[in-house]
Write a protein that binds this ligand. Structure first.
Ligand code: PA5
Length: 448
């Protein structure tokens, strides 16, 4: 089987090959630290060892519960935010038919998401949309106390209990949370929900290959073992003791740090396939939360090409410099569509007749790469042979491993997120949450 390919040749010229060579030993040291647990954040490295990330027993329970629900539901509502939603959303969108929502049926449930925002219209419209459908809920929160999913779950729990009665509702609710701590654990135990555990050693944004991602992905009908097999392959390439040459995630970690040192402070993840939109959202959280701290970090942005060539393309070509692109390319699409010939040729497209749509897409990709290089935008390219579970598993682990190495090269703890608390403190103070009385007083003074 082929593997993911990384091409960093178009970053050279912007960074030197000597600098690249001189950072290789450091990258291997940082990679070893992910196994030896010698650097900050060492309590959160459970994701690195894919083979032990989940037991065979737990995997089979996930598949069993997913199969049971698939038989009886048309919709699964996954309730979670940040790392408790983006991984599942990324994989499910990447693997699903783009128009799956037009063909909702039992046996092939549509997975939708709640609790990833506090939009009143969003939750109202979601509740109205599922009211007359067969559905189930999967509530995911590692801490068990996050406000956004807690509000959504309170609303959806009341709705599902009203529709099916408490006992059947409990059969249709799965909770994924800490093994013993947090409000969600308490609630799930007291209501008798089926639960899966998020281990202490895996942070939210690194949790897609745990029950957090695997359960919703299995309900959507995808092969979670293949996802893990793909991840395992990249772990093997980048295991402790592997040479720098073999360790492909380390190449990416090194080159992006060198670009950063040359004032390329924004990385744009580019795709030419709309199904990867949420993969980029997952990637942005992974890198944004892991590296953006202590006044440091590359700002992770994303675009969907060619759509965004008609919006952001101008800026990338000619706007403020300091951007580089990492392009995810898929060698083979799943389907074949040829552009037909037209006798009248009024649209003047006959020069494309007989070509596959993907051939045009690939030339758009190449043309964009050359244009952006000319505009001073370094290029990194990652190619996967096909968009399937195995190669998505490779991509996921590739980015996770590179993120750990890259964050350590940058000199930050890639596994904490202290900055996320600031807005929460203010929100709780503004909402008069018990325990925030002092903060409430202070914030009201500040607003006078
Ligand atoms: O990566 C992270 O740790 C965060 O994005 C969390 O996943 C997010 O804040 C949700 O947290 P929880 O799962 O505790 O509800």
């Amino acid at each position: 089987m082929k593997d993911l390919k990384l091409d960093i040749s178009k970053a050279f010229g912007f960074v030197s090959e000597n600098d690249y060579k001189s950072l290789q030993a450091t990258a291997l040291e940082k990679n070893a630290a992910l196994y030896d647990k010698t650097l900050p954040g060492n309590d959160f490295l459970g994701w690195a060892d894919v083979k032990n990330i989940i037991s065979a027993q737990e995997l089979s329970e996930i598949e069993q519960k997913a199969a049971e629900l698939r038989q009886k539901i048309e919709i699964l509502v996954v309730i979670g935010i940040g790392g408790s939603y983006l991984g599942a959303k990324a994989v499910i969108d990447a693997l699903s038919n783009s128009f799956a929502q037009m063909n909702i049926q039992k046996g092939k449930p549509l997975v939708i998401f709640a609790g990833q925002n506090i939009g009143e219209d969003y939750i109202y419209e979601l509740m109205a949309a599922i009211e007359n459908r067969e559905y189930a809920l999967c509530v995911i929160s590692k801490s068990g106390t996050t406000t956004e999913p807690a509000i959504a779950f309170r609303l959806l729990k009341a709705q599902i209990e009203k529709k099916y009665g408490k006992a059947e509702a409990a059969n249709r609710i799965v909770a994924i949370t800490d093994k013993s701590r947090g409000a969600l654990r308490k609630l799930a135990d007291s209501e008798g929900y089926k639960t899966f555990v998020i281990g202490d050693s895996v942070g939210g944004r690194f949790s897609v290959l745990t029950p957090v991602g695997l359960f919703p992905i299995a309900v959507a009908g995808f092969d979670i073992k293949q996802l893990l097999a793909g991840a395992t392959k990249v772990e093997e390439m980048s295991a402790k003791g592997k040479s720098f040459e073999e360790n492909v995630p380390a190449h990416y970690a090194v080159v992006r740090n060198l670009l950063y040192r040359k004032n390329f402070g924004t990385e744009i993840l580019v795709n030419f396939h709309p199904k990867l939109h949420y993969f980029s959202e997952w990637w942005k959280q992974l890198y944004g939360e892991s590296e953006g701290k202590e006044g440091k970090g590359i700002f992770p942005a994303s675009v969907d090409f060619t759509s965004d060539l008609h919006s952001m393309g101008q800026f990338i070509q000619e706007g403020t410099r300091g951007l580089y692109e990492t392009v995810i390319s898929i060698a083979q699409p799943d389907n074949k569509v040829e552009i037909p010939s037209d006798a009248q040729n009024l649209d003047q497209l006959n020069y494309l007749a007989g070509k596959r749509v993907d051939e045009v897409n690939k030339q758009a990709e190449l043309g964009t790469k050359l244009a952006h290089l000319d505009g001073g935008v370094p290029q990194i390219r990652i190619e996967i042979p096909q968009l399937n579970e195995y190669y998505l598993g490779q991509l996921i682990y590739f980015f996770e491993k590179a993120c750990g190495i890259s964050g350590y090269i940058l000199g930050v703890n890639p596994f904490n997120q202290p900055g996320v608390e600031a807005y929460k403190k203010n929100m709780f103070a503004l909402l008069n949450k018990p325990g925030f009385e002092e903060e409430s007083k202070k914030i009201q003074e500040r607003l006078k």
